[in-house]
Design a protein around this ligand. Structure first.
Ligand code: FAD
Length: 340
């Protein structure tokens, strides 16, 4: 097996890549800091955040409040926008100096891109798209849980020899920790050597999609094949509850809904306070995206639908019978005008 550029004996600390966009930290980075803090406490090792960008050091305190003990900040005008070349060069150098034992990144488009590039440069393994992380009892090795064969199996992957042990985790898998604003940590500014010739691509335009972000919704009203493409009641209820509409894969495949609303293994992992799931059977690939909801209400005409195994409240009925009185009840509770 190819040897990594440093070994387990030299490795220390859990590092988290602090992804930022236009001076705003991605919430998955804070979710990972929270998880890293939990894992590091068991090992008695520190959590270090790695922050790359241009004039971004003010974000370090956010990571410290979430559980980081130290933040290494690499600032350079050429890091203002993410580029694979620029970020992977600077981050590889940072890693080789700091020699983390474990390195976690968010499975965002840029995080995925960077993780693959870094893993190859450092000649180490990468467990992509983990649905959970833990440490092996005897060895303290990182165990990444991933789903395989369309959700049919759960695989547990470890990287015993090469370092760092790398994993990416999708947004929403872990909760954002409550910020502890009085928490103290070290902020270390690291020198960056980067020239224009190091970056082969030129960013011409930075466009942010105008879609919804269902991972942040406190209330989700989700519909699947059972709605037959009619989202009128689902939209109305979601609006009344100040929530978002989510969907299973069928409405996306049928062209009834956009992909940014899809919950599940290939969609988004959500953790709302309340999920009302209508006309969705409850396939594993769907439920992994909603099982972290605080409460699930399922509406399905089939009493044997698997979704009822996940649900806290089960309503066996046609969603088109259930939603109108529910909408009326919410309107009434809010004083007749939906409270808006
Ligand atoms: C690799 C892979 C990845 C996948 N990723 C995802 C993913 O990320 N997200 C996802 O959702 N799926 C995903 N799928 C697809 C998944 O396996 C299921 O096929 C899909 O979730 C089914 O969607 P559904 O529940 O809407 O449809 P169905 O399974 O057809 O269920 C429809 C349900 O609606 C009920 N129903 C019908 N009419 C009504 C009514 N009027 N009122 C109430 N109930 C009614 C029925 O009883 C039934 O239970 C993936 C599959 C694979 C192989």
């Amino acid at each position: 097996m190819t040897k990594s550029l440093y070994g387990a004996k030299e490795a220390k600390a859990i590092w988290v890549y602090l992804e930022q966009d236009e001076g705003r930290l991605e919430s998955v980075s804070l979710e990972l800091i929270g998880k890293a803090h939990e894992l590091a406490e068991a090992q008695g090792i520190p959590v270090v955040g790695a922050l790359l960008g241009d004039q971004v050091s003010s974000l370090a305190q956010e990571a410290i409040a979430a559980g980081a003990d130290e933040v290494r900040v690499a600032e350079h005008p050429l890091l203002r926008q993410y580029t694979t070349d620029g970020y992977s060069k600077v981050f590889t150098e940072l890693i080789l100096k700091g020699k983390p034992d474990i390195l976690l990144l968010g499975a965002t488009p840029n995080g995925r891109d960077l993780a693959g590039r870094i893993a190859v440069r450092l000649r180490t393994g990468l467990t992509a798209d983990c649905t959970d992380l833990k440490l092996e009892d005897k060895t303290g090795l990182l165990i990444g849980e991933v789903t395989g064969f369309g959700g049919g199996i759960l695989a547990y992957i470890k990287c015993p020899d090469n370092r760092p042990q790398m994993a990416t985790v999708r947004p929403g898998v872990f909760a954002v920790p409550e910020p502890e604003t009085s928490r103290k940590g070290k902020v270390v500014s690291v020198p960056v050597e980067l020239a224009e010739e190091d970056i082969k691509v030129q960013v011409l335009e930075h466009a942010v999609g105008g879609g919804v972000d269902i991972t942040r919704a406190q209330v989700l009203v989700a519909a699947g094949r059972g709605c037959g493409g009619d989202f009128s009641l689902v939209n109305e209820l979601a609006g009344l509850l100040e929530g978002e509409v989510g969907v299973s894969r069928v409405p996306v495949d049928e062209g009834w809904a956009s992909r940014d609303r899809m919950i599940g293994q290939t969609g988004y992992v959500t953790r709302p306070k309340l999920a009302i799931v209508c006309g969705i059977s409850g396939a594993f690939q769907f439920t992994v995206g909603v099982e972290k909801a605080e409460a699930i209400v399922a509406v399905n005409i089939d009493p044997d639908a698997p979704i009822f195994e996940q649900a806290d409240y089960c309503i066996v009925d046609d969603m088109f019978n259930v939603l109108p009185p529910l909408i009326e009840a919410v309107k009434k509770a809010r004083g007749g005008n939906g409270g808006r």
